[in-house]
Ligand binder design. Structure first.
Ligand SMILES: Nc1ncnc2c1ncn2[C@@H]1O[C@H](COP(=O)(O)OP(=O)(O)OP(=O)(O)O)[C@@H](O)[C@H]1O
Ligand SMILES: [Mg+2]
Length: 229
């Protein structure tokens, strides 16, 4: 059974009187433990697709199955539970909570989990330690560099040990060196935890790691390139 399946997914967005067809029938099947990249021009629908695959948004038509379950018709509570249990998100602009420390940001998703972690702070510390941030536990986001913030965000995304990790331009706002640490972190997660990872990226250093690369153009998947390994 594939981990993620999209069948004829469309998304129409309404802006005033005009309708934008952000996704025009996307079919996608991603296996357990795969790392795939989605690339394509600005406005081609990459973020829209990622949001729909992760249950942040609903398609206009079509079906999404996560781990064999049709999630298209879940209500808000069920979607929240799905996101909390199954999916970690990493965003281009980190999206950390500015008033919370690194440790608190990472511990937060654990407080909402159905399967409660016995000691969220301990696990948060361990995760931050893995990403080289053990000396930044009590820093707030504005006291951290971009690369450090993104590593906190990755630690947070992993808090509930999700089988799926979705990342939207995770190196998009980082310099080369910070980007390299984030790429290494994603590589390690893929190797160590067999997490299924989907990354939207313009960064070839990142898309080169993927098992498959999907090209999204004007709301449609163009081709499906399997790199020679
Ligand atoms: N909330 C919205 N309301 C109306 N149109 C939207 C909305 N969000 C996105 N769009 C439109 O949908 C299309 C796809 O947007 P999307 O953000 O998915 O593109 P993208 O591939 O992620 O681009 P980028 O590489 O610039 O991040 C674009 O034409 C965009 O203008
Ligand atoms: Mg985008």
């Amino acid at each position: 059974m594939p981990m993620i399946e999209a069948v004829r997914v469309t998304k129409a967005l309404h802006l005033g009187k005009s309708t934008i067809h952000a996704l025009r029938g996307v079919d996608l099947t991603i296996d357990r433990g795969e790392m795939v990249a989605i690339v394509g021009p600005s406005g081609s629908g990459k973020s829209t697709l990622l949001g729909i695959l992760g249950g942040l948004d609903k398609p206009t038509s079509g079906t999404i199955r996560i781990d064999g379950v049709d999630v298209t018709h879940l209500n808000e509570d069920q979607l929240t539970e799905l996101r909390n249990e199954k999916i970690g998100f990493i965003f281009q602009f980190f999206n950390l909570i500015p008033t919370l420390t690194a440790l608190e940001n990472v511990a937060l998703p654990m407080q909402f989990a159905k399967r409660r972690v016995s000691n969220p702070n301990k696990r948060a510390k361990e995760l931050l330690n893995i990403f080289g941030l053990s000396d930044r536990l009590n820093h707030r986001p504005f006291e951290l560099s971009g690369g450090q913030q993104q590593r906190v965000a990755i630690a947070r995304a992993l808090a509930n040990n999700p089988p799926i990790l979705l990342a939207d331009e995770p190196t998009g706002n980082l310099d080369q060196e910070s980007g390299a640490t984030v790429i290494q972190a994603l590589k390690d997660i893929h190797h160590n935890a067999q997490t299924t990872i989907i990354i939207v990226t313009h960064d070839t250093n990142l898309s080169n790691l993927a098992n498959r690369v999907f090209h999204l153009v004007d709301g449609q998947i163009l081709e499906n390139i399997t790199p020679i390994t």
